[in-house]
Design a protein. Structure first.
Length: 347
């Protein structure tokens, strides 16, 4: 067997190591750290290469590639979305990602991103809510209590000081799972029998359901003035969660308009429907929340820069630790032009 050289090796973070890393840092601390990395990259928005993700749709789901670069590092994520999967014992969303050095083109990190995506999605939601939600928000309705729901709840606690989560899922077992997982977290959980009950007294309404269709999780008459809506589950063509009337009454904030207009809640609206880009709010160039009566809506679809931030964070955290191992991923012939010779000598 040939011993690979240093140049052949790429740090790899397995699911097991990711879980150990998260426990080592602490879930809430990691959510705060990720929110800081994502906010920093939103502040550098203009220098990134940006493209809507490349999506391959089928009747049952979608497989997507999400690339971006800041000129020094390049990152991409592979991610799927298959709402029918949980009934077959599989995840709706799985992901892995890679970070590379732009100067050499060599990968510098390969990592699981199923868990990391849940963390980065929640960290993004809470970072955005920090800018848009009513000051002093302490209660959130969490509609859709699947894989993302605990992460969403804990990020709002860690970053906004949320105290109470009102849970609703069409499958009560999902709400019971979520409440059990959050027991001991310091969050009060209330399992509700309807979405109407879940939004009672909540300043933040999070929709995080999975269904491969245009659903109406929130109807227009359910949403009163002054709330912040964190709409996570509508993230594909033909997959939305909010009644159109809510969008007409809200100020809508998005990550990257060319992607959100195809995938987000605003796919229901005309192409010139007014939206505000979040990076401009974060930089103070555009207004966020300006009144107590305003409905702010984060039409989240998930953008490549959030994954890039998460990859940067993991690279920084696993450096010089035992939370990764080296993969023999890159062929490294003694003479860079003698790839065939390397193959022949291995025979
Ligand atoms: N915006 C983003 O960045 C981002 C990131 C990750 C996931 N997502 C999306 O978030 C959604 C949730 O992901 P997940 O991994 O938690 O999925 P999941 O399948 O684990 O959970 C979804 C939950 O929604 C519930 N549900 C479905 N229809 C409902 C309805 N009409 N009313 C109430 N509950 C309903 C299901 O019973 C299930 O418990 C997916 O649509 C996914 O594509 C978005």
């Amino acid at each position: 067997m040939n011993t690979p050289s240093e140049k052949a090796l790429v740090p790899f973070v397995s699911v097991d190591n990711m879980m150990r890393l998260i426990h080592h840092i602490g879930v809430e601390q990691m959510l705060r750290d990720l929110a800081d990395y994502i906010e920093d990259d939103f502040k550098r928005w203009e220098l990134f290469d940006k493209t809507p993700r490349v999506a391959s749709h089928s009747d049952v789901g979608v497989i997507e590639l999400m690339p971006t670069s800041d000129g020094e590092a390049y990152g991409f994520k592979y991610v799927n979305g298959h709402p029918k999967n949980t009934a077959e014992g599989l995840q709706t969303v799985t992901a892995f990602g890679l970070l590379a050095d732009v100067y050499t083109g060599y990968p510098v990190l390969l990592t699981e991103m199923t868990i990391l995506t849940a963390l980065r999605t929640a960290a993004t939601s809470a970072m955005v809510a920090k800018h848009l939600a009513p000051k002093g928000s302490d209660t959130m309705a969490m509609i859709g209590n699947g894989a993302q729901s605990e992460f969403q709840s804990l990020a709002m606690k860690a970053i906004l000081g949320l105290k109470t989560v009102r849970l609703y899922d069409k499958d009560r077992a999902a709400s019971e799972k979520c409440a059990a997982n959050l027991a001991g977290s310091g969050l009060e959980t209330v399992i509700c029998a309807s979405p109407e009950e879940a939004i009672e007294g909540a300043q933040i309404l999070t929709t995080c359901t999975a269904d491969k269709q245009c659903a109406t999780i929130l109807t227009d008459n359910m949403v009163g003035s002054g709330v912040h809506i964190n709409a996570i589950g509508g993230d594909c063509p033909g997959k939305t969660e909010l009644a159109k009337g809510i969008l007409e009454r809200s100020d809508v904030f998005v990550e990257f308009p060319p992607q959100t207009r195809v995938e987000g809640e605003i796919q229901q609206m005309d192409d010139d429907f007014a939206v505000t880009e979040l990076w401009q709010v974060i930089l103070g160039q555009k207004d966020g929340r300006t009144s107590d009566r305003q409905i702010t809506l984060f039409d989240s679809v998930g953008f490549a820069i959030e994954d890039f931030s998460a990859l940067r964070y993991v690279r920084d955290k696993v450096r010089d630790t035992e939370f990764h191992y080296d993969l023999d991923l890159l062929a490294d012939p003694d003479d860079p032009r003698d790839l065939f010779g390397m193959l022949q000598r291995a025979g």
